[in-house]
Ligand binder design. Structure first.
Ligand SMILES: [Zn+2]
Length: 100
C-alpha cells in the first residue's frame, strides 16, 4: 500500500492519490534504487520520506520523471512542494502528475 510522503498516512486503494513528479539535481544519484520505493532524506525537515524511483526504461522516465512522491491530499502536496523547492542539492524540478 502507498503512503503519503508528507503525513505518512496509508493511502487506501479506493482513495485518490496525488503525485508529485521530481527531477534529480546533478550529483543526486539513486540509480541503485530504480524501480523501487526508497527512503529519501529531506534535509530541511531532517527526516526521510518514501519516494518511488522510476526505472530507466519506464514511460515516466522517458517523460523526464526521475522520482515520484505519492500524496494523500492537495494540502500535503502543497507542503511537499514547499519542501522540495528548498532541497536544491537533491531536486531541480517538480510538477504535479495524476496517478489515477
Ligand atoms: Zn498526506
Amino acid at each position: 500500500m502507498l503512503r503519503c510522503a508528507w503525513c505518512m498516512k496509508k493511502i487506501k486503494d479506493n482513495k485518490p492519490v496525488f503525485g508529485l513528479s521530481v527531477k534529480f539535481a546533478e550529483g543526486a544519484n539513486f540509480s541503485n534504487s530504480e524501480g523501487t520505493i526508497t527512503q529519501i532524506k529531506l534535509h530541511t525537515r531532517n527526516t526521510s520520506v518514501p519516494m518511488i524511483v522510476t526505472a530507466s526504461d519506464s514511460k515516466a522516465k522517458n517523460q523526464g520523471t526521475d522520482g515520484i512522491f505519492t500524496l494523500c491530499s492537495e494540502r500535503c502536496g502543497e507542503k511537499m512542494k514547499d519542501t522540495v523547492k528548498k532541497e536544491l542539492t537533491t531536486f531541480k524540478e517538480f510538477k504535479d502528475i495524476s496517478l489515477k
